[in-house]
Design a protein around this ligand. Structure first.
Ligand code: CMC
Length: 424
């Protein structure tokens, strides 16, 4: 057996053999035989847009690994900050490397006063925190002119540190503004996640010490959300990054992609759905309606995972730990019933629809006191490390500018018609 495919152009009878490399066939080879014939693949369902050494995902087997390390082991034994280092550097840090990394990130948690005072506080009083967040990330590019030096290693490193460090500060600032609370400055004596919780919840106490169970649960959620190979927002980061835009502008595009309900907004949609269902007794009727084509089961299904989402399993366990501190989220019983019914229903099993990462994460966020509008922001905080790892990889590979083709289905050439002669 040869690891290759042979394509034949039936118009001419010419054939070409193309090797299968790393599970793919090169479109550049295809072009040699069929110039001007494009793959038609809306939504990139069958297209690999790059080679990547960051995250491995096997959707059939439910496997997710960052740089070769299983997500289960990282969630059990690592921290978000260490995982961010791993994604960006390819290896786990030694003790001294980690200490230097932690110090650098901690040093850059503050944001320029004008970002908060003039920019964030200029939003309308009821602005959605994710809308504020997307804009604030883009605005950072105007504060760091050196960000344009994307091929200068020192500058690139600095922007990576700044982005990872400032995401929690921007996120908390957007929240505090939206609820009319004063901004809380970073407390650099705290760890990454504890500091974020302090900026979110501190009122008048001199120091806010988060409940360690909740801080660890959030850190696990940050680990689980740190990367997910070529998802919609990472693709946005890569596409914009391929034009050599600065990393803040590219990350803002990625944040915008994450905002949508099919991506980072799904956990918010799950809570709205569970609230709408209202009680366990209403679950069968809701599932029936979904099967009849009225809406979707939010938090179910995935483009890639077709057996189970390994992150959902870890999150379900984490939810139990969180509820021992916060009390059970009253929506949990509805969620469990929904999962039970859906997993035994042929409609869902035949379409390989299982709970995804968002099915339980919203329940945890809600139990911890985060408003629904903050859910996509919570997703963006850790995902920036994944976005940056892909951005860095793309620049190192000297990737071409992203520029897909189209199959034109519009009008043939026609002549301009004067307005007074355009009777319809
Ligand atoms: N509820 C009911 N039916 C569904 C669902 C769902 N959640 N998801 C897919 N289907 C059905 C769909 O109607 C279609 O059925 P049919 O073949 O009869 O037309 C079939 O399953 C295939 O669906 P698809 O839309 O072609 O699948 P996709 O790979 O394009 O979409 C998805 C993936 C995640 C967008 C989709 O499953 C969905 O909308 N899920 C709900 C939203 C959600 O939970 N999103 C979070 C994704 S995980 C976090 C992240 O990575 O951002």
């Amino acid at each position: 057996m040869t690891d290759s495919i042979t394509i034949t152009d039936n118009r001419t009878g010419s054939s070409l053999e193309i090797p299968i490399t790393n599970g793919g066939v090169a479109a550049s080879e295809w072009q040699k035989l069929l110039p001007g014939i494009w793959f038609y693949d809306p939504g990139f369902v069958s297209t690999a847009a790059c080679e990547s050494a960051i995250t491995y995902l096997d959707g059939e087997k439910g496997i997710l690994r960052y740089r070769g390390y299983p997500i289960e082991e990282l969630a059990e034994r690592s921290t978000y900050l260490e995982v961010a280092y791993l994604l960006l550097h390819g290896e786990l840090p030694t003790e001294s490397e980690y200490e230097a990394w932690r110090k650098e990130i901690t040093y850059h948690t503050f944001i320029h006063e004008n970002v908060r005072k003039r920019f964030l506080e200029g939003f309308h009083y009821d602005a959605h925190p994710m809308g504020m967040f997307v804009s604030a990330v883009a605005a950072l590019s105007t504060f760091y002119a050196d960000a344009k030096d994307i091929f200068d290693p020192a500058s690139r490193h600095k922007q990576i540190i700044r982005l990872i460090a400032k995401m929690p500060t921007l996120a908390a600032a957007a929240h505090r503004f939206s609820v009319g609370m004063p901004f809380v400055y970073p407390d650099n004596s705290l760890g990454f996640t504890d500091n974020f919780l302090s900026m979110m919840w501190k009122v008048a106490e001199p120091r806010f010490d988060a409940n360690p169970v909740l801080a660890r649960a959030l850190d696990i959620l940050f680990i689980l959300h740190a990367d997910h190979e070529q998802n919609c927002s990472t693709t946005a980061m890569r596409v914009v990054g391929s034009s050599h835009a600065d990393p803040y502008s590219a990350a803002a595009a990625a944040c915008a992609a994450l905002y949508g309900p099919r991506h980072g907004g799904a956990n918010e949609a799950v809570i709205r759905m569970l609230t709408q269902i209202g009680s366990v007794d209403e679950v069968p009727a809701f599932v029936k309606a979904v099967k009849e084509g009225h809406g979707r089961l939010q938090g179910f299904g995935h483009r890639v995972y077709k057996s189970y989402d390994p992150r959902a399993k870890i999150i379900k366990r984490t939810a139990d730990q969180v509820f021992t501190v916060t009390g059970k989220n009253p929506l949990l019983d509805i969620a469990l019933k929904l999962e039970e019914i859906a997993l035994s229903d042929e409609y869902f099993t035949s379409r390989k629809l299982y709970p995804n990462v968002d099915f339980y994460s919203g329940l945890i966020y809600q139990a911890m006191g985060f408003p629904l509008e903050m859910f996509p922001v919570l997703f963006a905080i850790p995902r920036v490390s994944g976005w940056l790892a892909h951005w860095q990889e793309l620049l190192d590979e000297e990737a071409k500018i992203a520029r897909p083709r189209q199959l034109y289905i519009g009008k043939e050439q026609r002549s301009y018609v004067a307005m007074d002669q355009r009777g319809r």
